[in-house]
Design a protein around this ligand. Structure first.
Ligand code: AMP
Ligand code: TRP
Length: 328
């Protein structure tokens, strides 16, 4: 059994991109691996968050994990801030990082572009993510494509620690879906679908009512022509919708293409909306039930206790290797 860790920020409504790119794989991996899935609230505050909203969104993301099919008896679900070792190993990873490599992170470049003042938290966000992963000596990290570069940095930091202080960390591998690792915006297939996009028509939120989902899909931008063909280079908009279809209908890209041969975009989009709704509707029913039950707090408490037992041990061993005087 390997160890698996991943996290999602409580910085807005989760989207179908989060579900397809990351959460579907969480659900799959929990059956065979030892899993740690957290709501990364310490990462969310790398940009200012309103306290009441952060609290609500944290609980919402945790409930969505469970609603999506993560079984708290199989996987540990918890808040990042409830396991203190993350922040402490995060500082240690920051001290192992170089300014140059952090400046090269594309997510940092995108988030800081054109800003007059950029928070230092955004800059040291990747070493905190490295700490999240390494504090469990994780083998696999299920993420979407946009996190690949942060994973590379994590691997570099683990290697750097090992060469300075002796072999200790495993070098973790990313676990990225073949189709759907990068679900794009519905209004512009050159941008990833993101909860922080100011245009809500650009994303499908997991908590959007079914009729809103239908409307968003019917308005989604399509390429010129009428052929339902997967060709990201020349038909980026339709290819993105085909990826979504493929995941939600559990069909291969070729099967989707074959079903709509000669039919144009209209029937394809209509069926796509129903497939998306058929995935999201049961998820929302589960979500409402979990929120009403209030059981999420007990789940998070138990998840954090189990996670802290592993993380605290790693942190103590790391500090000992580095020459920190152990507490008596
Ligand atoms: P975030 O919402 O940035 O905290 O991302 C949480 C997880 O969802 C990460 O593994 C991301 O790579 C993944 N993710 C976010 N947006 C997308 C997207 N549009 N397509 C695929 N994966 C995504
Ligand atoms: N940086 C990730 C994102 O924005 C979230 C994250 C934080 C994460 N820590 C992690 C993902 C550890 C995987 C593993 O999507």
């Amino acid at each position: 059994m390997g160890r698996v860790l991943s996290g999602i920020q409580p910085s807005g409504q989760l989207t179908l991109g989060n579900y397809i790119g990351a959460m579907q794989n969480y659900v799959k991996l929990q059956h065979t691996e030892e899993c740690y899935f957290m709501v990364v609230d310490l990462h969310a505050i790398s940009v200012a968050q309103e306290p009441a909203k952060l609290r609500e969104q944290s609980e919402a993301v945790a409930a969505l994990f469970i609603a999506a099919g993560i079984d708290p008896l199989k996987a540990n679900v918890y808040m990042q801030s409830h396991v203190r070792a993350h922040a402490e190993l995060g500082w240690i990873m920051t001290t192992l990082s170089n300014m140059g490599e952090l400046e090269r992170m594309t997510q940092f470049k995108e988030k800081s572009a054109g800003k007059e003042s950029v928070g230092a938290g955004l800059f040291v966000y990747p070493p905190l993510m490295a700490a999240d992963i390494l504090v469990y000596n994780s083998d696999l990290v299920p993420v979407g494509d946009d996190q690949k570069q942060h994973l590379e940095l994590t691997r570099d930091l683990a290697g750097r620690f090992n060469s300075r202080y002796g072999e200790y960390f495993k070098i973790p591998e990313p676990y990225i879906p073949k189709v759907g690792a990068r679900i794009m915006s519905l209004d512009d297939a050159s941008k990833k679908m993101s909860k922080s996009n100011p245009n809500p028509g650009s994303y499908i939120a997991l908590l959007d009512p079914p009729d809103v989902i239908r409307k968003k899909i019917s308005r989604a931008t399509t390429d010129s022509g009428r052929e339902v063909k997967f060709d990201p280079a020349s038909k980026p908009e339709i290819s993105n919708l085909i990826s979504i279809y493929s995941h939600c209908a559990n069909m291969s890209v070729q099967e989707v293409e074959a079903r709509y041969e000669g039919q144009g975009y209209g029937p394809f989009k209509k069926d796509l909306a129903e497939h998306v709704v058929s995935v999201i509707e049961p998820l929302q029913a589960n979500y409402n039930e979990i929120r009403k039950s209030g059981e999420i707090h007990a789940i998070l408490k138990q998840g954090a206790e189990r996670a802290a037992a592993v993380a605290d041990r790693t942190l103590a061993e790391v500090k000992e290797r580095m020459g920190f005087l152990p507490p008596q």
